[in-house]
Write a protein that binds this ligand. Structure first.
Ligand SMILES: Cc1cc2nc3c(=O)[nH]c(=O)nc-3n(C[C@H](O)[C@H](O)[C@H](O)COP(=O)(O)OP(=O)(O)OC[C@H]3O[C@@H](n4cnc5c(N)ncnc54)[C@H](O)[C@@H]3O)c2cc1C
Length: 412
């Protein structure tokens, strides 16, 4: 039996793709989702209780239409669950930095180009409205009322639950070993230790395992498509990131109705970001560095999962300077993986020379908020080969411009 689409990897992106596909195609036998673990789990990128979502995107204004659709789809999923507010909490958001910092200028540009609600705050307004933030006199804040956070574990669980309800088949604790294009060229075959599955299309949403899965087509090194896949695999860099939950000296100023999500581009170097206090475990207030420098390169198999006292001390020193009432005890920490591209934009589209296989790598440390709309896009691409969403910026081919692939030409 052949499925219409197989989705490999059921983290934030794959579970969303599965949900959208099942809703669209309906009925058993159409869509299959496979995961090596039992999502939501903590081995990849979609865990840690909170993910920033915002509209005034400093990364580029072209993300804004996708964000507007993402918000609509998050609300739709919550309605389907009959649980409004269960996945997305609106808290307002503050981008902080010097007046010429990218967080300020980029967010302002997106807000103005797309007519998004926002306010530009000077340091005294920041300190008055958000007392825990020790903003120096040269710090500015771009405040947007629509920002907030998503709960990634709840999102993954909800998307899988709804996908199953719409008829998707889900197989967990089952790594795929390899995939190949079927001999008639019209579909794919996916192999696990105990079975092989056929489908017309394959969505690879394997997060930080992307390098491994790009290289998982047997004997592909002999084909141009295989060499393009190898070149693409080399463009991704997986980095270790640490999440910290610190105990505030007083809880009230950090409650979600008084304290926003924020990203702070400090002069000292690596930006850091955080959230209001969140009900439930592990307690405390979450903060993290947004470490794009890729100093700690790794794979999901080699990553150091423990967190050192020196790392905790470095985060505490950053807090002592910027949010002093949070620079106390570290209650909990966790590691997570970013899958970075050189230009920090996502990779979404068919593999060069392999139109049957759609690669979904919306990460570079900022993908989760898009998971809802990515599911819609992946469902479009895997059923019709195209989408109305503007995803040109995410084309895999853009990363291969300078690749030296024997067999010539550019990627198809
Ligand atoms: C610390 C941290 C903070 C972040 N903060 C934000 C934020 O505030 N806002 C935001 O928008 N984004 C944020 N991100 C980015 C966002 O979380 C990621 O872009 C997103 O989670 C990626 O989801 P994914 O589904 O691609 O990957 P994953 O969640 O890692 O899922 C991949 C899945 O593939 C499965 N898999 C792998 N190999 C196989 C195989 N061989 N067979 C079967 N299954 C396989 C894995 O088991 C896993 O379940 C953050 C990421 C981290 C790590």
């Amino acid at each position: 039996m052949a499925y219409q689409v197989i989705v490999v990897g059921l983290g934030g992106m794959g579970s969303s793709a599965l949900y959208h596909l099942a809703r669209r195609l309906g009925g058993p036998g159409r869509v299959l989702g496979l995961d090596r673990g039992r999502p939501p789990h903590e081995s990849g990128s979609s865990h840690g209780r909170s993910r920033v979502i915002r509209k005034a995107y400093y990364e580029h204004p072209s993300y804004v239409p996708l964000l507007l659709r993402a918000y609509e789809l998050w609300a739709e999923l919550e309605r389907e669950l009959d649980a409004p507010g269960s996945l997305l909490t609106i808290t307002g958001g503050l981008m902080l930095g010097r007046r010429d910092a990218e967080t300020i200028t980029g967010s302002l540009r997106s807000a103005e180009e797309h007519g998004l609600a926002h306010e530009l705050l000077d340091a005294s307004a920041i300190r008055r409205r958000f007392p825990p933030l020790a903003a120096g006199d040269d710090v500015w804040g771009l405040y947007e009322p629509d920002a907030g956070y998503l709960d990634p574990e709840r999102v993954v669980a909800a998307q899988l639950e709804r996908a199953a309800a719409w008829g998707a088949e889900i197989v967990t604790d089952t790594p795929i070993l390899d995939w190949s294009v079927s001999s008639d060229g019209d579909g794919v075959v996916v192999r696990t230790a105990g079975a092989s599955y056929r489908a017309q299309r394959l969505v690879l949403a394997v997060g930080p395992w992307v390098g491994e899965q790009l290289r998982a087509e047997p004997e592909s090194s002999e084909s141009a498509a295989g060499r393009w896949a190898e070149a693409l695999a080399q463009r991704f860099v997986v980095t270790r990131q640490v999440l910290y939950w610190f105990e505030p000296s007083a809880a009230a100023p950090f409650s979600a109705d008084r304290f926003p999500i924020y990203i702070w581009e400090t002069e000292a170097g690596t930006p850091f970001y955080g959230f209001p206090a969140q009900p439930g475990p592990p307690g405390g207030v979450k903060v993290a560095f947004h470490d794009h420098r890729g100093l700690a390169r790794c794979t999901p198999a080699t990553v150091e999962r423990s967190v050192s006292e020196a790392e905790i001390a470095a985060m505490r020193a950053c807090l002592a300077r910027h949010i002093p009432t949070l620079a106390g005890r570290c209650l909990h920490h966790a590691t997570c993986l970013y899958t970075e591209t050189p230009d920090h934009h996502f990779v979404v589209g068919a593999l060069p020379g392999r139109p049957q296989v759609i690669l979904a790598s919306p990460c570079s440390g900022h993908g989760f908020k898009f998971a809802s709309v990515m599911g819609e896009i992946l469902a479009d691409l895997s059923t019709s080969g195209t989408t109305n969403h503007a995803i040109g910026r995410f084309a895999p081919e853009r990363l291969l411009g300078d690749a030296d692939v024997e067999g010539g030409g550019g990627p198809a």
